[in-house]
Ligand binder design. Structure first.
Ligand code: SF4
Length: 554
């Protein structure tokens, strides 16, 4: 008779195996299970700043420890950028050091996209002096520089921090920039202004080591308007009116894109504004302690939420972290309009906000500096960046609006752009990103120019722009699954058998009114050369065949 063996297929055995395998700290599994976890355990990533200032800034690029270079640097917003001239077909075949340039991308986190004109001017000056005048507005309301030298980092921090700006946990397995409505505090239809809650989180938790070693990144949105893609955040606080308690926030957890896109789940809880920070700290602590740390591909909070469900997540949050029950609350109403913050609109105080559209967030330090000056000439002291890679000047008196519009247009920032220009987004792409397979920003610019020419005949009839998002690789930095036309960069094979840059097409995604992910149509790919013709056909067909009021994702 064969000796008895332990049955690894019983539910209990499977559970034990699974828990051990996932590396959840709260279950006692603290031993690192992959190199990223090992690196964070060996030395807390926040410690790297002292080494940058004391060692690497003096010793130069070659003095940087590889563990810091490709790991801990991210906690201060620094990534090596892609060496110029390496085509996308080679991205997956090269070692990281072969892709590394000795220059860096640097992300400045701008919570809520909220800047004074003085801060914007400093961002522009730093770009001119230290970043070869580069500055992109990202779809997370950050500014991203390129061509940064490690030698300059101490001075760059001094200048940015002198203006109240930071690069702290702009990247890495940490709480990233907090998205907030570009119209916070000024919109007539805002349920509640989320700004004080964002400030609470910044002041109490940002840069604390206990909130800066997470299984992976953690994205937060706080908004009294539904204009910050709350559905795809790790945690989101969405403005809602409670019938008894008044305005506050509805809590969502577990949203995210990338390879396993998920829409966040409501916890069914209502939180007053001055308690948002406490609930945020509770949610991030659940993630820190119970999040899966074994496989990087499963280390986002969405996998935990999927396995637990919203009910259990809320239970653990309440019992273990908050030590109290949350108040049940209603779901927020669907928004009445989709906003992109472009154009001239009245604020609730009678002044105006003026939203301008660069193409896919591409501006420059000189442009930002000029925007700051133009805004000040128009009597404004505030500018906001948007999650759609746009820029908004607040608090403009009616008499100053036209003058400001003209100045912005001169700077290449039209406030009455064509529908094609206002609805295009693109990630960094092959120009600077080491993971990229294809070009994105330059292609977005070409696409806009071509559509403006080819679709001029229907332009004036378009009241519902078709959104087009371009990604340089299968990650989803430009949120391709939530676009009407989402374009995922990859190498495709032409009819002649040639391998060229191209895109997998996703159709019909959206947020807000049409929350859902676009469908990836099997074999639906276009080469980069076919892109303009393809988008033109889809857009023209939609606009000539749609019913009145019909949206693309319907
Ligand atoms: Fe880089 Fe890919 Fe993100 Fe684009 S989507 S910025 S190519 S990682």
């Amino acid at each position: 008779m064969a000796p008895p063996t332990r049955d690894s297929s019983t539910p209990r055995a499977q559970r034990v195996k699974q828990r051990r395998g996932e590396g959840q700290w709260a279950l006692g599994y603290r031993e690192p299970l992959n190199p990223n976890e090992r690196s964070k355990k060996d030395d807390h990533p926040l410690n790297v700043r002292a080494r940058i200032e004391n060692i690497y800034a003096h010793g130069g690029f070659d003095s940087i420890d590889p563990g810091d270079l490709r790991g801990r640097f991210r906690w201060y917003g620094l990534y090596t950028q892609r060496k110029p001239g390496i085509d996308g077909g080679r991205t997956a075949t090269l070692e990281p050091e072969e892709l590394d340039d000795e220059y860096f991308m640097l992300r400045v986190r701008i919570d809520g996209g909220d800047l004074t004109t003085q801060q914007l001017a400093v961002i522009g000056e730093v770009s001119q002096t230290y970043a070869r005048d580069t500055a992109d507005i990202t779809d997370r309301q950050n500014i991203q520089y390129h061509w940064i030298r490690i030698e300059d980092m101490p001075t760059i921090w001094e200048k940015l921090e002198g203006a109240g700006l930071t690069t702290m946990t702009a990247c890495g397995d940490s709480p990233r920039v907090i998205l907030g409505s570009p119209l916070a505090g000024i919109a007539e239809d805002e349920v509640i202004d989320g700004t004080p809650a964002i400030h609470d989180i910044q002041e109490r938790y940002l840069g604390k080591p206990e909130y800066a070693n997470l299984p992976r990144k953690f994205k937060t949105a706080v908004s009294g308007l539904q204009d910050v893609a709350h559905e795809i955040h790790d945690v989101a606080f969405v403005g809602v009116e409670h019938p008894e308690h008044g305005p506050g926030f509805d809590v969502w957890v577990g949203g995210g894109l990338s390879t396993n896109p998920m829409i966040g789940q409501r916890l069914g809880a209502w939180v007053p504004r001055d308690e948002v920070h406490e609930v945020w700290a509770g949610v991030i602590s659940v993630f820190r302690d119970y999040g899966y740390r074994r496989l990087r591909s499963r280390a986002r909070i969405k996998f935990l939420v999927k396995d637990w469900g919203a009910e259990k997540f809320r239970e653990v949050l309440e019992e273990k972290y908050l030590k109290r029950k949350l108040i049940d609350g209603p779901a927020p109403e669907a928004p009445k309009v989709q906003r992109d913050h472009v154009g001239v609109h009245r604020q609730k105080d009678g002044k105006f906000y003026v939203g301008a559209a660069p193409i896919a967030g591409r501006v420059s330090g000189s442009t930002l500096l000029a925007v700051a000056k133009a805004a000040e000439r128009a009597g404004s002291g505030r500018v906001r960046l948007t999650p759609l890679q746009k820029l908004v000047v607040l608090d403009v008196a009616e008499a100053e609006v036209q003058g400001l519009q003209a100045e912005l247009a001169e700077l290449g920032l039209p406030t009455e752009p064509t529908p094609w220009r206002r609805s295009v987004m693109a990630c960094t792409g092959i120009e600077f990103c080491k993971l990229a397979i294809v070009e994105t920003k330059a292609r977005a610019k070409e696409l806009v120019a071509a559509l403006e020419e080819r679709l001029a005949d229907i332009q004036s009839d378009v009241d519902t722009p078709v959104t087009v998002h371009l990604n340089g690789c299968p990650n989803s930095c430009a949120r391709i699954q939530t676009a009407d036309i989402g374009l995922k960069g990859q190498i495709v094979t032409t009819d002649a058998g040639e391998q060229v840059e191209g895109f997998q097409v996703h159709l019909g995604g959206g947020l807000g009114l049409d929350a859902g992910f676009g469908r990836k149509l099997r074999g639906h790919k276009v080469t980069a050369d076919e892109l303009v013709g393809y988008v033109e056909r889809v857009v023209r067909n939609f606009h000539t065949q749609r019913e009145d009021g019909e949206r693309f994702a319907q």
